[in-house]
Design a protein around this ligand. Structure first.
Ligand SMILES: [Zn+2]
Length: 159
């Protein structure tokens, strides 16, 4: 069982099991609802958002503002900043959650498991030594040691 490497399940759940009518990653420029949408940071070309269905506390995603289905269409500036925001995310998660390691990755295309394949995004998943062993014991049950809104406040303050 590959528990952590199934973050596409988020996309599936977020869409209620069916394709969402509008894209959850097209956040626009209006910042008034960033709290409810769990957007923790806005850059020039990309933003950082908490995963609504995290695999671990601090599971973040970095996505471009532009509605692009693949990195092949992305411009160098967008990709560069995406990696910079991933770097920033990792630094913050190391500090706040003392993560021992990270999985970062993308699911591009439905064959790769992307539920929201119309708008690519990069997952940043903090890991701790022993977490996978524990996860395999509890099977499909997610362990959420921290409330999402608490995570939101902590991460946002650090970023
Ligand atoms: Zn979109």
């Amino acid at each position: 069982m590959d528990f952590i490497w199934s973050p596409w399940r988020y996309d599936y759940l977020a869409s209620g099991g069916v394709k969402a009518p509008s894209c959850v990653f097209c956040v626009g420029e209006d910042r008034t609802h960033d709290d409810e949408r769990l957007i923790v940071f806005r850059g020039t070309h990309n933003f950082i958002i908490l995963n609504l269905f995290p695999y671990t506390s601090g599971h973040l995603m970095v996505a471009p503002y532009e509605h692009l289905d693949t990195i092949v269409s992305a411009k160098a500036d967008q990709l560069t900043e995406m990696m910079q925001l991933s770097q920033k995310s990792i630094a913050v998660l190391q500090k706040l959650y003392r993560a021992d390691g990270f999985n970062i990755g993308m699911n591009l295309g439905s064959a790769a498991g992307a539920g929201i394949r119309q708008h690519f995004h990069l997952h940043v998943v903090p890991r701790w030594i022993g977490d996978a062993n524990f996860m395999s014991v509890v099977g499909e049950t997610r362990v959420l040691p921290e409330d999402l809104h608490k995570t939101y406040q902590r991460v946002k303050a650090e970023l």
